[in-house]
Structure formats: C-alpha cells, structure tokens
Design a protein around this ligand. Structure first.
Ligand code: ATP
Ligand code: MG
Length: 664
C-alpha cells in the first residue's frame, strides 16, 4: 500500500439537503481529484478538487459509504453532519477499492483517531490563540498496525454499506460471514471488506509496474512474455486502474476473456468472423448498437493477442477509423495488447472445413500493417511467476523457441513414469483435439456408479445462456457424481491452495445439495455457488451463479491456454500447431506435477515468422525505435522442428544467446 491509495480521480456529483430533506445546492464535476487529508487537529477530511477550481473539504465524521457498485467504479458518501451526499462514478475500480479501504482504516485504525468533542474544542481554542493559519496535510500511508487495530475495533463487518459495524446485521448474515471468513482463511476483516478477488493481495513486480504506468499514461502498449509471467494478472490490474467509461476489456478466446472479466474481441467488434469484404464489415459495424460501442470506446484491451487473426486485426482497425470518423490509428482508441506469439496462433478456419481467413503471410497481428502504425511501446515481462523451479523454467524457455536437446528430451521423457496422482485425484489429460477431451469426460462420468446430480447455473439473463457458455468456464449445466474428477474454477483461498485450476474429486453431495470436494492437498471444501461477471459487447453486465467446478478428466490444449493447472498428463503425438506442446507443458507448475506419455522432440516447434518477429522486437526493446520486421517466411509444418534450416538454427541460437526470458 502506498500514499496513492489516499488519492482518487473520478466524476463527482454532490447534493445538499436542508433540515426538512429538500434538495438544495447541487454540484457536478466530470473530473475531480479526491484526497485524504488531516488538519492541525488531526481530524480527517476528504478534499475534493475539481479541475481548475478551488478544493472543497468534507469532514470524515458520521460518514456512510455505499460501495455495492464499487466494481463498476461507483460509490456514494453520505456526510450526515453536512447533509451532503457525494456520488462518485467512473472511478478506476482498483483505485476506488484502495481509497475506500484507506478511509476505513484511517477512521478506525488509530487509538483516539476520533478525539472527543471536549478535546477538539480545547485544541481548537489553542490553535486560534496561536494565530497560525489552518493547514492540511496528506494522510500518511496505512501501516499494518492500523489495519490490525481497525479490524479489532470493528470486529467482523457486515457486507452492507457502512464503514462502521452494522448493529442491524442479521444473525444469519453474521453466521454466513463467519463461515466465509473461516473458509477463506480468515483474512482480516478490514482487508476482506475491500477485496474483490483474492489475488488483490499480491504485489506487482517492478517490471509489471512499468507496464502499468505506460498504460495509465495513455500510451498504445504491447506487452509480452513467456507463459506464466503474469500478463493476464497484470492486465486485470491495468483494467482496475483505468476509468470504466470507455474501457473495453476483450480477449481472443472466451476463457481468456472471462479471466479478465471482459468479452471476446469478436463479440465487441461487431463484424462477425471478419471473413466478409471490407465494405461489408464496415456496413456491419455501422449498425446502431455496434457503432455506438465503437464510438464510446476510448481504450481497447486485448488479451491472448497471439490468437487474433492478422486480417481481422487490420479490418477492425479500419472499422474503428471509419465509425469514429478519425484518421488516427484505430480511430484514436488507446490500445493495450498482451500475449505471447510463441503460444497458440490464430485458428485457421480451413482446419474446420471452411476457407482460410488469412494467407500465411498475414496470419498474425504483427504481420498486418496496422500493427506498425498502432503500437508505440513494447515491453517484455521476464519474471516467471507460475513456476518456481529454475530447471523447469529453463526447459520451458527452450521449448518456447522450439529448441529441444537431448538433456531436455531425457528429462521430459522421464516424466512418463511419474506418479503424480494423490488422494484419489487423477491427472487431467490435455488433448490436442477438443472432441477427444469432451468424449473422455462424458464416458468417464457415465462409467461411475451412482446417480448423476445436476447443478444448474442461475444466469441474470436466461436468453444469454448460450453466449455465457462460450465465455464463462462454469457450465450452465454441470452433471456430477461422487468420485467425479473436477477442477476448481475460482480462487477461493490462495494460501490454502484452493485456487483456480486446483484438482480434486467429489467425495459427497451435502445436505444443502452442494458438492464437497477433496483437493490434492487433502483439503475438503464445500463448493458453494460463486458469481461470474462478464461484460457484453455493449457494456452491459451478465452474471452467472454456479458451483465453481468443471469436469476435469480431460481438457483440450486450446481451452487450457491462459490457465494454471496442477497434475496434468499429456500425449503430444497429435499436436498440429506451433507452440501447442509449449502451451500444454507450461500450464503445469512443476516438473513433478506433469506426465508426458510419449515425448518426442518432433512435437515441439516454433513458428519461424514469430521467431523473426521476436528478434526484431528485442532489437526494438534495446533502441526503442521502430524497426521493420524481417523477411516473411512461409509457415512451417508440424514435425519440421528437427530439420530446421541453417538460417532458422542461427536465429534460434541468437535467441538462445539472449534468452527471451532471462534465467537466473
Ligand atoms: N506479481 C506477482 N506476484 C505473485 N504472483 C503473480 C504475480 N504475477 C502473476 N502471478 C501469478 O502467476 C500465475 C500466472 O499468471 P498469469 O496467468 O497472469 O500469467 P500469463 O503470463 O498470463 O500466462 P499465460 O501466457 O499462460 O496466459 C498466476 O497464478 C498469477 O497469480
Ligand atoms: Mg494469460
């Protein structure tokens, strides 16, 4: 936590009421900065400074805070003593959360923080006598001691709307909170009160902070890094540090979009699959709903950019300029792109029987002319967070660029005999083809004894269930049986290993009809319903409540991109894409939690065009000038990994000499 947690910039509306409740003065500011300050008497105030205007100060006494819509960047302050209600909106949700948390802790975290009236009167008199002008200073950063004290003073807080303990909290609610507190590992109430997800407690690394700063300063940014360097984690922080109005979070796949609480790029763009002619795409995007979303968009965020088709990217860039009547790249929209081109490439439609949507020369976004004109800053994250074992990180770095030597082959082949199962939990099979994964899950469930129990999702809009199925990992209909192999789909408690991707087995269905799952670390957890929130293309919000589980005997590698999994088994004999083997292997956290049945160096290869791109990219990182990409090679076919041309081998060698991820 730092001093900036006491500063917030957003839209502010204020309204005063008189003694009989009639609304009097009203003020509205599109942009104002709120700052927590103290006066000479150590009293706390919120100072509101509208752009180019004098600040107003509100004493933090008898304050009610309504924070139900904090995730949407909204909150309401009710200053009872001053009969003023202050509505905050368009606040970066993450900044708002920390701001409210700081208020909460500062109001409750100091012995005598709220001096009694007699003491204040005395101090005030002394101050007036001294003749000094009043002065205000920023509050000091929150200390751990203040946090602990705030928790002690307030006890378990209601999830309701006030910053002081709610005496009206019903017994039932209090019981639920106690249970939740216990299940989630007893986070301090002060912390929990303003925490939207459990990974909010993790700190950004310095390299991640640098990217965040570039994004919040309005630059067009592309950041990359190998699997597990925290790209999506950082993206979530970036989104929460930006004002919600005009910020559109998207990803190339539904699973990735859900991980950052956004929508798919295709759903946002409004040009279908983008296969139609340019003119037709412009017409499609000019339909009122679609045009409105394009016009409102100020910042477009795209995760898993490696899977966005180059021609599609070029088309949406032209669409943006056309609809917004603005000739600047992407019609002036700020772009924040992230992904790893050495992971899965865009799906070629011809794989599924349709005509290919792009020529091999324009398969990737970076091959489109739009890329060069749009991207201002590039960054490469180097610190791997998913894996901590340096040997595994090193092996993955080699696989990423399609480099396999005998040592790596021997080490990976040795995993085929590993016992990675424990506590009745089988390994998840990663399949190269989706149909294989689906049929494994179905038949394994059928073969189990006992009755199937159906868990039906509760969707906020039943007519959108199909769309939600594509984006939310939790299925609308989940059939489970005792002994079913499952995966947890939410971070419940990071410290206790109840994290998104944790593997378990259903041990019983409890009396409340909830599945009880035993996880690999032997913990049993009653899987209560959790909520998923996704944004629609038009900025609306859809929610799904469901138990946070999914059948996990098998997944496809494509569906696993972006995930962290424990306990995985794979047969890579049928891989058909560059980077596919790397994606499969890099889902695991350690070499001990992986079993590769038939490892062969031929299963691992990197796309030469991508290698070339990264070579230029590294140069660009060094001298930060735009360098045209090198000659475009033809796509390489599966199995060519070993018989690489000498030019390609040279390229790999140069990349190995300066590894894309430094290995400590
Ligand atoms: N600064 C950090 N401190 C601690 N853990 C972190 C940090 N950044 C990321 N992580 C953790 O590392 C893991 C991998 O992060 P994430 O999924 O964002 O990586 P990624 O780069 O998006 O990977 P992929 O390329 O596979 O999508 C997550 O469990 C995340 O919580
Ligand atoms: Mg990711």
């Amino acid at each position: 936590m730092d001093l900036n947690d006491a500063v917030l910039t957003c839209a502010v509306n204020m309204q005063w009421t008189n003694s009989v409740g009639v609304t009097g003065r009203k003020l509205a500011y599109k942009t104002a900065t709120l700052r927590l300050v103290r006066n000479d008497l150590r009293e706390l105030f919120v100072e509101v400074t509208p752009e180019k205007l004098k600040p107003l100060k509100f004493k933090l006494k008898d304050l009610m805070v309504h924070k139900k819509f904090m995730a949407e960047g909204k909150a309401t302050f009710n200053f009872k003593a001053e009969s003023c209600t202050m509505y905050l909106s368009n606040a970066p949700p993450g900044t708002l959360m920390f701001f409210l948390r700081t208020i909460f802790i500062k109001m409750n975290g100091k012995e005598g923080a709220q001096p009694d009236d007699a003491t204040l009167q005395k101090k005030l008199r002394e101050h007036l006598m001294s003749g000094k002008p009043s002065s205000f200073e920023d509050v000091s950063p929150v200390t751990t001691a203040e946090m602990i004290l705030a928790r002690k003073k307030t006890g378990l807080l209601s999830k309701g709307s006030t910053t002081t303990p709610s005496p009206q909290a019903s017994k039932k609610r209090r019981f639920e909170e106690l249970r939740e507190e216990r299940d989630k590992g007893g986070l301090p109430a002060a912390k929990k009160l303003y925490q939207s997800t459990t990974d909010d407690s993790l700190k950004l690394s310095e390299e991640q902070m640098e990217v965040l700063r570039a994004c919040t300063s309005g630059k067009n940014v592309f950041f990359t890094g190998s699997a597990g360097t925290g790209k999506s984690f950082l993206l979530r922080r970036i989104i929460s540090a930006l004002p919600p109005d005009g910020t559109v979070a998207t990803a190339s796949t539904g699973v990735a979009a859900c991980l950052i609480g956004g929508t798919t790029l295709h759903a946002f763009a409004g040009i279908g699959g983008g296969d139609a002619s340019m003119q037709r795409c412009l017409d499609l995007a000019s339909r009122p709903m679609s045009a409105q979303t394009w016009r409102k968009c100020k910042r477009l965020i795209i995760d898993e950019i490696s899977m966005v088709d180059g021609q599609f990217f070029e088309k949406i860039e032209a669409v943006a300029r056309h609809i917004r009547r603005n000739d600047r790249p992407f019609g002036g929209i700020q772009l924040i792109l992230c992904g790893d081109f050495l992971q899965l490439p865009p799906v070629i439609k011809s794989d599924f029987g349709a005509a290919p949507s792009s020529t091999p020369q324009q398969r990737f976004c970076f091959q489109s002319s739009a890329w060069e004109t749009c991207i201002q800053c590039v960054y490469e994250l180097k610190q791997v967070h998913r894996q901590s074992d340096p040997e595994f990180v090193k092996i993955l770095n080699h696989l990423r660029i399609g480099h396999v030597n005998d040592t790596i082959t021997t080490r990976l082949a040795a995993t085929s005999k590993q016992k990675i199962e424990g506590n009745g939990i089988l390994a998840t099979q990663l399949c190269s083809h989706t149909n294989d994964a689906n049929s494994i899950n179905e038949s394994k469930l059928e073969n189990l004894q006992g009755d199937k129990v159906l868990f039906k999702a509760d969707d906020s809009d039943a007519s959108m269930t199909k769309q939600m199925d594509q984006q939310v990992q939790a299925p609308s209909q989940l059939y489970l049986k005792v002994n079913a192999q499952v995966m947890l789909l939410k971070n419940i408690n990071i410290a206790n290993g109840l994290v998104n991707g944790a593997r378990g087995v259903v041990v019983r269905i409890d009396k409340d009809n909830l599945p009880v799952v035993r996880f690999k670390n032997n913990q049993e957890y009653v899987c209560r319903h959790e909520k998923w929130i996704i944004k629609t293309a038009t900025g609306g919000i859809l929610t799904r409540r469901q138990v946070p589980l999914k059948l996990a005997w098998a997944f496809s590698i494509h569906k696993s991109q972006g995930l962290t999994l424990d306990c995985v088994e794979m047969s890579l004999s049928k891989v058909f894409e560059a980077g596919q083997a790397y994606v499969a292997l890099s889902r695991a956290k350690s070499l001990q939690s992986i079993r590769i049945l038939d490892f062969d160096a031929k299963q691992v290869w990197a796309n030469p065009q991508v290698l070339q791109f990264y070579k230029g990219f590294r140069r660009k990182l060094m001298d930060t000038t735009m360098i045209p990409l090198g000659p475009k090679n033809k796509d390489k076919k599966p199995g060519e990994g070993k018989s690489a041309t000498s030019a390609l081998a040279k390229l790999k060698k140069s990349l190995m000499n300066k590894p894309l991820v430094s290995i400590s």
